[in-house]
Design a protein around this ligand. Sequence first.
Ligand code: UD1
Length: 344
Amino acid sequence: MKPRILVTGGTGYIGSHTVVELQKAGYPVVIIDNLSNSNAEVLDGIERITGIRPDFVEADCTDMTAVRALFDKYTGIKGIINFAASKAVGESMQKPVLYYRNNLNTLMNLLDVMAERDVKGIVFSSSCTVYGEPDVNPVTEQSPIKKATSPYGNTKQISEEIITDVINAGAPFKSVILRYFNPVGAHPSAEIGELPNGVPQNLIPFLTQTAIGIRKELSVFGNDYNTPDGSCIRDYIDVVDLAKAHVIAVERMLDDKSPEKIEIFNLGTGNGLSVLELINTFETATGVKVPHKIVGRRAGDIEKVWANPKHANEVLGWKAETPIADTMRSAWAWQCKLRERGIM
Ligand code: UD1
């Protein structure tokens, strides 16, 4: 029997895909989520894919009493994967205290409870946002950390520092910090996917909502960047590929395979794609047109960033495998499923 894993934010977008991969690998999972940006029906989707309903506690990780109660009820938790966080860049500019409180208090509570309850390791969701506008692409884990341009980005940088300080101070556990590039797509079963509240801020949910007719037109934010077609370049990583890396990371800590107490990995494909290229790929892969127009730049956008994933490839034995066309098809199938169910 494999040890139990606590997945915070496990009904969210990346969290739910990771729960599926953990269960497929034989780990019993308990999810804690306050459902602030997700809903409990995600548990049905996970169960339909894996045949197993994960244990679920509806609570906020900033509530230490609730976190301790979870550990009292679900014994034997040996690993934590922490997805519980607020993640909208724009909202973080409006509500910085909310972001600092949610993201940092959650992390500090988890670090405290790990020491109290003999948890061996924590996987932390970080972001390529820590690199800001890189001087050189692709970025490696040694690329300089740039000053964060939003409270959201700052919470990722500060969280990495908190974990480092706590472990350097002799905490009895390990950590793997995963810096995601741009996670996109959905589970190929179309049972789980991204479900943003309100008007999507991120490219793919806006694109699929436009393709299905919920939005009139996708705005491409700028075509005057210093890139081949003038639109911004990102490294779009399939969410299932990303989820699989978490299973490897958690296993690494539980099996004491890592020589270091803290490890950091970039999770990307290594390929940069422009906004216009991505729209094109979606249209070719699905046969569905996406009405779009070029508008001005979005404040705070990075011109180009993509990963050098060599460290994760070599050390974790992990590699992004899903072709981007398949990822676009899974994003589209998920959007169609939401329509079928009358959700959107
Ligand atoms: C941002 C954050 C990242 C965070 C991610 C998910 C920064 C620098 N990046 O990534 O840390 O993890 O959101 O919340 O803070 N675009 C359009 N039209 C749209 C929407 C987007 O053209 O309607 C373009 C953007 O200009 C960008 C690309 O699409 O070039 C991707 O945008 P988005 O999906 O919002 O992600 P990032 O801004 O890269």
